[in-house]
Ligand binder design. Sequence first.
Ligand code: FES
Length: 172
Amino acid sequence: MEASRRDLVGIAIGGLGAVGVIGVLYPIVKTLAPSAASLAGAVVEVDINSIPEGQVRVVSWKGKPVFVIKLPQGFQWSGKVREGNNSKLLQGQSVFTMIAVCTHLGCVPLWKPQGEAEYNYPVFHCPCHGGFYSPWGDIIAGPPPRPLYLPPQKVEGGKLIIGEAGFIKELT
Ligand code: FES
């Protein structure tokens, strides 16, 4: 009789403990879980008119920084790339976006509209290990193994829409 009462008390305490653990863990697990938007493929809209020509804005898409680039009218670029197809994929687009994460070890490159080091034309420079990218994210020099990634994107109604298929249909 005494033993079964002890059992009951033990079960009750164990149950309360389990509720407490779940109560503590639930908010943590909820925080770590990807948001519904990121699972569904987040869409971010950027007002093109709010970006001055020749400048780059950094916004967040699916938890990653992305560059939104607005090239000046009639932009000419005199550099040479070592590798990459981005400029062909983005041909004719004066506003576009690229994932702002260096494909070498993940630093965020810097936009240098006046050029940098021996490159006297606009480049993205990744100072971590000396990576250089063209304004379209193709590789000029350094250790990056591939061009910057391009998210799906389109232009509609004065907005760049990141995350919807358009002139780039899927992550490339
Ligand atoms: S992380 Fe960019 S060059 Fe190494």
